[in-house]
Design a protein around this ligand. Structure first.
Ligand SMILES: Cc1ncc(COP(=O)(O)O)c(C=O)c1O
Length: 324
């Protein structure tokens, strides 16, 4: 075997030849490493010695843009800042500048509906675990397609199961780090088992979350319950939905809103179970480990909560403070 040593021009030519279907869903990328934007997906790259690549040393967010409006951007950026702080990871620019960059990149993408994928990395510099090797933290921001769930899922509901992947330690679960191996394996097991989602339980049998979604229940008494926040990611969509659900308490559709531990038994006894997250909004769960949940299709509260959230998304970026 003889390895070709390529010139920069040859590398560029080879990169530009690389074509695969997913690239059609990448519209534009900004990188602090270049200090600019690239629109050709074949050139959307990060340095191999960025500790994000070889150690998962970084944090991220996925932010939804609908009809040109960036939903819950302040809440996403507050969580990003908190995740970075917990890892002693300095942001390469202020939150205000990150926000402006998100809005500008959305405009550059020329698309009205997007998922903005925002990564803050420890930065390039060496290959050890030592974060002090890195020259400086970097930001990579990619504007990608927003691919909604099939509409029928909101009517028939989704199939969920119990994950066998060990749940994250509570400290890590609250950080949206680029170290997402458990989440990756949970997604893999759901695909392998032909389920829409699997969810984890902690060592005490308390429900935590799914690969990249929160899960909540309408309990047998009509109380909308989310798991306690000490072992899950504080989902921006879940928190916002629970604020919006106050209207359902007033209208008498639900009795109250609570945050407490939820067991597997509580899931089977629930009137309704819902997955909640940025891409899917509020999605009804129709079965858990093959057993029917509630009506076995979308329940009335899931439908009402989804309608409230969709209305909220239309009103544009909210500045609802979600303090940490
Ligand atoms: C582990 C995990 N839980 C829950 C969520 C849902 O959070 P959000 O509603 O902010 O998308 C996500 C996605 O960000 C996640 O990665």
């Amino acid at each position: 075997m003889s390895l070709a040593v390529l010139s920069p021009e040859q590398i560029q030519a080879k990169l530009l030849e690389k074509k695969y279907p997913a690239q059609e869903t990448y519209y534009a990328m900004y990188s602090t490493w270049w200090g600019g934007v690239v629109k050709n997906p074949s050139l959307m790259m990060v340095p191999i010695d960025d500790h994000l690549v070889h150690r998962g040393d970084g944090v991220f967010e996925a932010i939804k843009v609908v009809d040109g409006r960036v939903f819950l951007i302040d809440e996403h950026l507050a969580r990003l800042a908190k995740s970075a702080e917990l890892l002693s990871l300095a942001l390469p620019m202020s939150i205000a500048e990150i926000k402006r960059t998100c809005l500008e990149l959305s405009a550059i993408s020329g698309q009205q509906n997007l998922i903005l994928r925002l990564y803050i990395s420890r930065g390039p510099g060496g290959f050890t675990t030592n974060p002090y090797e890195s020259v400086s933290s970097q930001m990579y921001l990619v504007a990608t397609t927003l691919k909604p769930m099939p509409a029928e899922k909101y009517e028939v509901g989704v199939a969920c199961g119990k994950s066998e992947i060990p749940p994250k330690d509570p400290w890590f679960a609250r950080i949206k780090s680029c170290n997402y191996l458990q989440n990756v394996l949970m997604k893999k097991e759901s695909v392998d088992r032909k389920l829409d989602f699997t969810v984890s339980f902690d060592a005490q049998g308390n429900l935590t979350e799914s690969s990249t979604e929160n899960i909540v229940i309408l309990d047998k008494n009509g109380i909308l319950v989310r798991p306690t926040l000490n072992q899950i990611l504080k989902g921006t969509t879940m928190m916002r939905s629970f604020e919006l659900a106050e209207a359902l308490v007033k209208s008498g559709d639900i009795k109250a809103i609570e945050e407490r531990n939820i067991s597997e038994q509580d899931i089977y006894a629930a009137k309704e179970v819902m997955m909640i997250g940025t891409t899917l909004d509020v999605l009804p769960v129709s079965s858990f480990e093959g057993k029917k949940i509630g009506p076995g299709i979308a329940g009335p509260v899931a439908k009402k909560l989804l309608a409230l959230l969709k209305e909220d998304i239309k009103k544009g970026p909210t500045s609802t403070a979600v303090p940490y």
